[in-house]
Design a protein around this ligand. Structure first.
Ligand SMILES: [Zn+2]
Length: 120
């Protein structure tokens, strides 16, 4: 759905620009004002579709962040929700459930719900 509205937005913006170019043509004569208005309308609808897609992207940018914790003593790994103050290589109070060793934050990741395939 996002891809379709984006393509539609691009097509409408492009055809609006084409209509506007036609409106500038002196041979069009009295129709030029009508063409100009129609071109502007089509372009604004196209831009609206493109902007609507962008707004959705911005909401998705604030998606859940997770923290990957790793034990220093064994190969135990855990992924939990990101907490304020988490940073990579931060030593943690909690102990490893397997060997009671010290735990360190190994990574902080933003979870993406969808792959980047519809970006282009
Ligand atoms: Zn351990």
């Amino acid at each position: 759905m996002g891809i379709i509205s984006k393509i539609l937005g691009v097509v409408l913006t492009a055809s609006g620009a084409l209509i506007l170019t036609h409106a500038m043509d002196p041979n069009v004569g009295s129709l030029s004002f009508v063409l100009f208005v129609v071109g502007l309308l089509v372009m604004s609808v196209g831009f609206g579709l493109l902007t609507a897609g962008k707004q959705k992207k911005e909401v998705k940018a604030s998606l859940p962040t997770v923290t990957e914790i790793r034990c220093n003593g064994c190969d135990f790994k855990e992924i939990r929700d990101y907490e304020k103050g988490d940073y990579i290589l931060k030593p943690l109070e909690m102990k490893c459930p397997k060997c009671s060793g010290k735990m360190t934050i190994e990574g902080v990741y933003v979870v993406r719900e969808e792959p980047d395939k519809d970006r282009f």
